[in-house]
Design a protein around this ligand. Structure first.
Ligand SMILES: CC(C)(COP(=O)(O)OP(=O)(O)OC[C@H]1O[C@@H](n2cnc3c(N)ncnc32)[C@H](O)[C@@H]1OP(=O)(O)O)[C@@H](O)C(=O)NCCC(=O)NCCS
Length: 215
């Protein structure tokens, strides 16, 4: 699913099941030593997918530590992103020669809880979601918007090392499978105020992606 929404210069791997825990590197084991079973499984399989994806760009298997604010620490010369949700795990990586950042996010294809929507979307975004819903009520547009903003953060943070609030990106979803995110917060490290992404809905899941090419 995830490869459908990534450009050819981004390698990816995904899993609908879980990898064995002994696939972790010794350096990674302390990161989940006290975690509950669900968290252990998503972490292990996220790392497993990451190593598969890295192998596809010729990077040998190695540990992927957890860095500042939870961001994965990729091998030198690589950018990438990991996501997991119930029944799905994925990773996407690219050479830093080709990409400045990659962000991916997966979610269960279900409506956001009503109380969550106003905390992640502006009144203007909510109005746009209603119009999309009028055109196709089978798609959970609010969940796509949420996922798109998570992908925005996964591109934003590794470049800027700064928090970005949900109100600081305005996401405009195109029903044909793309979206744009206009950033109200600027940062020279990002070098742009508009991020272009893609989305897909398949088998009860939503995935979004943003791949920021190196100019
Ligand atoms: C970090 C965050 C984006 C993760 O998204 P999520 O939907 O909760 O969870 P996902 O399973 O999709 O992604 C988790 C993975 O994201 C990665 N991640 C965590 N923090 C990260 C960060 N600061 N930067 C980049 N990637 C990060 C990790 O690889 C993590 O998996 P791991 O802990 O097993 O390595 C989310 O929890 C969060 O903090 N969001 C608030 C910030 C935000 O989205 N702002 C909106 C801007 S418009």
């Amino acid at each position: 699913m995830i490869n459908e929404i990534l450009p050819p210069w981004v390698a990816s791997a995904e899993s609908f099941g879980d990898a064995p825990e002994d696939s972790l590197f010794p350096e990674e084991r302390p990161l989940i030593a006290r975690a509950v079973d669900r968290r252990r499984r998503e972490f292990v399989t996220g790392r497993h997918c990451a190593r598969l994806a890295l192998g596809r760009i010729g990077v040998p298997p190695g540990p992927i530590p957890r860095g500042e604010r939870g961001a994965p620490v990729w091998p030198a010369g690589v950018v990438g992103s990991i996501t997991h949700c119930a029944g799905y795990r994925a990773a996407a990586v690219a050479s830093a020669d080709e990409a400045r950042a990659v962000g991916i996010d997966a979610e269960t294809h279900a409506p956001l809880p009503a109380e969550v929507l106003p905390t992640v979307a502006s009144p203007g975004e909510i109005a746009a979601l209603r119009a999309l819903d009028d055109a196709d009520a089978k798609i959970c547009w609010d969940r796509i918007l949420f996922s798109a903003k998570e992908s925005v953060y996964k591109v934003w943070f590794p470049l800027t090392r700064r928090w970005l609030d949900f109100s600081e990106a305005v996401v405009d979803i195109d029903a044909s499978g793309s979206f744009s995110a206009r950033l109200l917060a600027g940062d020279p490290a990002l070098g742009t105020r508009v991020l272009s992404g893609r989305w897909v809905v398949s088998d009860g899941l939503i995935a979004t992606s943003i791949a920021l090419p190196r100019p």
